[in-house]
Structure formats: C-alpha cells, structure tokens
Design a binder for this molecule. Sequence first.
Ligand SMILES: NC(=O)C1=CN([C@@H]2O[C@H](COP(=O)(O)OP(=O)(O)OC[C@H]3O[C@@H](n4cnc5c(N)ncnc54)[C@H](OP(=O)(O)O)[C@@H]3O)[C@@H](O)[C@H]2O)C=CC1
Ligand SMILES: C[C@H](O)[C@@H]1OC(=O)[C@H](O)[C@@H]1O
Length: 260
Amino acid sequence: MLLENKCAIVTGGSRGIGAGIAVSLARQGADVVINYWGKTDTGYGRDGAAQAVVAEIERLGRSAIALEGDVADPATGPALVDAAVERFGKVDILAANAGICPFHGFLDMPVDLMRKVFGVNMEGAFLVSQAVANRMVEQGHGGAIVATSSISALVGGEFQSHYTPTKAGVHSLMQSVAIALGPHGIRCNSVMPGAILTDMNRESLSDPDKDAYFRKRIPLGRYGEPEDVGDVVAFLASDMARYVTGASVIVDGGMYVNLQ
Ligand SMILES: NC(=O)C1=CN([C@@H]2O[C@H](COP(=O)(O)OP(=O)(O)OC[C@H]3O[C@@H](n4cnc5c(N)ncnc54)[C@H](OP(=O)(O)O)[C@@H]3O)[C@@H](O)[C@H]2O)C=CC1
Ligand SMILES: C[C@H](O)[C@@H]1OC(=O)[C@H](O)[C@@H]1O
C-alpha cells in the first residue's frame, strides 16, 4: 500500500471523481475526511451520498468522516483541517477536487452564475489549499496537494466559458504553490481528467451525437471511471512521486491528443 497511516482531505468527495479519489486513497491505506456541499443549488446535489462513500471506505478497513461545507466559504478549509486533526491527528494529503459545471452559453451568461463557478472551482481550491498548507507547514513533515484540473484547462468548450478558465487556474495555482511550498517538503500537482462519466456531464453526454463523437475521440475506447483518476491522485500523493511537483498528469484515455 502506498499511503498507509496517511490522512487525506478530499473536497467534493461525495460523488463522481471525488468519491473515486477518496476510495482510491483508502485502498492505499489512507483515512479520509470527505467534504461535500449537500445542497441542490447546482441542480445535481444528493444528500446521503457522502455517507455511502464513508461506508465504502469503512468496508475497505479504513476510517472516514464526512463534513458538509461550501469550499468557496473561507471558513470551510480551516473547518476541514480541524476535523482531520481532531479525528486523525494530522493532515498529509489534500485532494482539492470540488467543482461545478452548469453548462451555459457565453453571450447571455448571468454574472451570478459566472461568479458562482469561479467561486467554487477557483477560490475554493485556493482557500482549502491555503488552509491545509498552513497546517502542513505547522506539522513540519511535508505533504501532498493534488488538485483536479481538467483537459478543459487546455481546450475550450462552447458552453464552458465560465468553467474552462477555472480549470486552467487550478493548474496554474498548483504550479505557483509548488514553488511556495517546496521548501516545506509539500508537493503540489494537478490531474487533468478527460471525459469521466459523472452527474456533472451525464445529461450532456446523453446526446447521441456528442456521445458518438467523444467515444470515437478516445483511443482507449471508453469514458473514464472516477477511480481511473483516483489511482493517479494516489500515485501523486505517494512517495512514489517524491520528486514530482508543479506537474500535471492528463488522465483522459488519449482524448486530448487525438485531434487528427
Ligand atoms: N466529470 C468530468 O468529466 C470531469 C470533471 N472534472 C473535475 O472533477 C471535479 C469533480 O467533478 P465530477 O466528479 O464530475 O462532479 P460531480 O458533480 O459528480 O461531483 C461534484 C462534487 O463536488 C461537490 N461540490 C459541489 N459544489 C461544492 C461546493 N460548493 N463545496 C464543496 N463541495 C461541492 C459535490 O457535493 P454534493 O454532492 O454535496 O453536491 C460533489 O461531491 C470537478 O472539479 C470537475 O471540474 C475535470 C475533468 C473532467
Ligand atoms: C463536464 C464536462 O463534460 C467535462 O468536464 C471537464 O472538465 C471535461 O473537460 C469535460 O468537458
């Protein structure tokens, strides 16, 4: 196991990729604090999902707790750190994963929607990373932060003009904090998933033309599963990646490079 006796915080860990990350980290021996939002204002929030992930982690023989909180609220990061320290005594790993993508056109984008997506995806990743990093510096034994960016950091999306800049921003955030935190032994990287079938894009990918286009474009021939991403996060969080910081790993079955 790669992460025995480690404590991880996973934001947006109740569903989709975050749930996959939480389970992958637990499979490698980590105990996990799962953050989630639990409200339905995104249109696809599901109460009770976080408890199901806790139960799955417990079946793997590890411990987990779930804590509700909006990552865009500056109080959430410190609250997650406090919960991790109270229950597990420390924080070794952060997966800054929470994100939303309510598809919308550019020309009539409501300013509130744009600010909401920027707030959760960008400010949320910044604020939680800052809170966790301060605790890791205080602890004095290093750590690992892995943010969920996207291939959307590298390519645009007609209905994602409020979203793709946040994914580029999260990647850039990890590059800068890798420099700031390297001297403290804290490594900071991002993963760039491609099309992972989750609640975020289930409706969009149910369009038969889009579905056929995506499937054709993915050389490995299938959509990603949350644990396809989770296992890469576990690697980046582990000592196997001890000399990797400021880096980004594309996890997309080859979709990004398959243009021509
Ligand atoms: N799906 C994909 O193809 C890709 C996704 N990504 C990125 O992966 C990450 C996860 O996406 P995905 O798993 O698909 O999304 P899901 O919609 O399946 O899950 C989103 C998760 O984030 C939580 N969440 C939403 N808003 C907040 C908030 N304000 N504060 C805390 N938690 C919140 C949700 O909690 P709750 O259930 O309580 O609402 C849920 O746990 C995002 O950052 C996304 O940008 C990147 C590339 C591809
Ligand atoms: C939700 C999208 O389908 C998904 O999100 C991403 O970040 C990917 O690039 C896909 O566009």
